[in-house]
Design a protein around this ligand. Sequence first.
Ligand SMILES: [Zn+2]
Ligand SMILES: [Zn+2]
Length: 100
Amino acid sequence: MACDLCDAAVITRRYGESDIAWIADCEICLVPMIVWREHDAQPAPEIRARLHAELAAVADEEFGPGGWSIDDHMRNIPDHYHAHARPPYFWRAGSAWSVK
Ligand SMILES: [Zn+2]
Ligand SMILES: [Zn+2]
């Protein structure tokens, strides 16, 4: 069974990686996305906190502190934990992208 997140071939620009995750532009949304190295939907709370901290470091660079929010609702790949950093205009655009 193929998983796009395990198969890192889908990534575009890569921001960085750590022992537990990597961060790259989501090829669908074109915003920074952190992907846990485990193929699992439910990281432990301390892992999730680290993932969010790593994403925050990149997103603060890209959008400025407070200029984005974490979106870890996993619409397309629900069984592999990942989180997007979305700038506000994604939400204002509303239906334009939520149909994806
Ligand atoms: Zn996976
Ligand atoms: Zn995306």
